[in-house]
Design a protein around this ligand. Structure first.
Ligand SMILES: [Zn+2]
Length: 360
């Protein structure tokens, strides 16, 4: 398997006369990594490892709370406001118009960017620090998205590709503070999903096995980036991340959303909650995630459902975006915390069980 999946590292030397070192010649060794499946590159300069604060200033908790407080009065997800303010689906898709599980409510986005574009209210609290996202609330939110997937199979809409996603706070692209997820999908896959499904299929044809299962087996053996399991989901830090502090959770037995059961939902929710708890300890206040599925209702032997979670710029006054030309236009990522260190940081968060965080 080791020869099928390669963790390529390429070293580049960059030499300058360094004014911080008496203008002496100074060579810095950069490590260029390549994702084993996509070839997506990331760069690590060890000199930057203890300079994370140059890129990410500390989160300003007082500012976050002030902004959250200012938006509370007009929030359509607080209290019962959503019952009046949010759109509903046609009855032939969802007879009740919206899908409710516990305090989670799924309803259509007023201005969709995909054939299916649903918004999910994640609990009734207007602002939740990353350390306080809880399993029940997150699990209920994921459950509404699976219920939507099940409803779509009986509707005459030809929606084959579905993803569940999240933006949290302004620097991560969220327009409201209140925790919410979004389900987007349609008859054609999104660019990244199409690419990853194609590459997974090629890997299956070439090697006769599933890339995602092979990757997990190999990473588990190597240990340095493997984090642990939450029920049926296995977690690791990406070798060559495509986002800051990227964590991946794979469901080794599931290729599409309709195969998921309550255990799987609980495993994904628990892992996300654990990652957010770890991020919080690292001083992070924002995140994005996407959960990917193969074509609905079809078993794709080369593909497995998986979730990618990344952190984004912290919230503070006059913050600069974390994505610049390197990521947006050159498709490369900058590594500040090496994946192997990130996995170590997250280990303790996958070994503890918080009381009261069990799904029924
Ligand atoms: Zn709210």
């Amino acid at each position: 398997m080791a020869e099928r999946i390669k963790f390529d590292k390429h070293i580049q030397d960059s030499t300058i006369h360094n004014p911080m070192m008496d203008k002496q010649l100074d060579t810095q060794a950069l490590e260029i990594r390549k994702d084993p499946l996509t070839g997506a590159q990331s760069v690590f300069n060890p000199r930057l490892e203890d300079k994370v604060s140059m890129f990410y200033e500390k989160s300003d908790t007082a500012l976050i709370e002030k902004l959250a407080e200012a938006s509370r009065a007009n929030c359509f997800l607080c209290g019962d406001t959503w019952k009046e303010m949010t759109p509903t689906y046609p009855k032939d898709l969802i007879p009740e118009g919206r899908i409710q599980v516990g305090k989670a409510v799924l309803f259509p986005n007023l201005f969709p960017v995909a054939q299916i574009h649903a918004v999910i209210r994640v609990g009734d609290k207007h602002y939740v620090p990353l350390s306080e996202f809880d399993l029940q609330t997150v699990g209920d939110a994921f459950e509404t998205s699976l219920e939507l997937a099940r409803k779509l199979t009986t509707a005459d809409m030809n929606v084959r590709y579905l993803t569940v996603n999240g933006n949290y706070l302004g620097p991560a692209g969220a327009s409201i503070a209140h925790p919410h997820f979004q389900v987007v999908g349609g008859d054609v896959p999104f660019t990244y999903l199409e690419k990853i499904m194609g590459l997974s299929r090629q890997y299956l044809q070439k090697h006769g096995s599933c890339y995602w299962s092979d990757l997990m087996d190999l990473e588990k053996e190597k240990e340095e980036r493997y984090i642990g399991t939450t029920g049926s989901v296995e977690w690791l830090a990406s070798f060559s991340p495509s986002g800051t502090n990227e964590i991946i959770g794979v469901l080794p037995k599931r290729s599409q959303f309709l195969e998921l059961d309550g255990n799987d939902v609980s495993g994904v929710a628990r892992g996300l909650v654990n990652v957010l708890s770890g991020y919080a300890e690292m001083g992070i206040s924002t995140f994005n995630f996407s959960v990917y599925s193969g074509p609905l209702g079809e078993r794709d032997e080369g593909f497995r459902c998986f979730i990618r979670i990344i952190s984004r710029q912290n919230v503070y006054e006059n913050y600069r975006t974390d994505d610049y030309f390197l990521q947006k236009l050159l498709d490369n990522e900058l590594i500040l915390t090496p994946p192997e260190t990130l996995a170590k940081n997250l280990h303790p968060h996958f070994n503890k069980t918080k009381s009261g965080d069990r799904l029924p």
